[in-house]
Write a protein that binds this ligand. Structure first.
Ligand code: FES
Length: 104
């Protein structure tokens, strides 16, 4: 599916994502260098924090407790915050829009 990703500077890029892989891995492969993903995707670093467009947020799987713990530590938490490593891309996410959150 195609995912639209906006950098911290406001530049939106088209990312051709692969289903079955995390959104974090897809964004990194798509050249979104602001997504560091330092912990490798185990919901412990918070460097894959994104904001999900409001009309997409409720269509994603719910936040689990380890993701919630990390997001709660962020100074930049918003109601539409997610850790992109905890979102598995599926074909249903065609057109998903996310923005990279500021660095903590
Ligand atoms: Fe570390 Fe997502 S990659 S929390």
């Amino acid at each position: 599916p195609t995912v639209w990703a906006t950098t911290r500077g406001g530049e939106t890029r088209e990312v051709h994502a692969k289903s079955g892989q995390s959104l974090k891995d897809n964004l990194k492969r798509g050249g979104m260098d602001e997504i560091l993903g330092l912990c490798g995707g185990c919901a412990s670093c918070g460097t894959c924090h994104v904001y999900v467009a409001d009309d997409w947020f409720h269509r994603l799987p719910p936040i689990q407790s380890d993701e919630e713990t990390i997001l709660a530590f962020s100074d930049w938490r918003e109601p539409n915050s997610r850790l992109s490593c905890q979102i598995k891309v599926t074909d249903e996410l065609e057109g998903l829009c996310v923005t990279v959150a500021p660095e903590d």
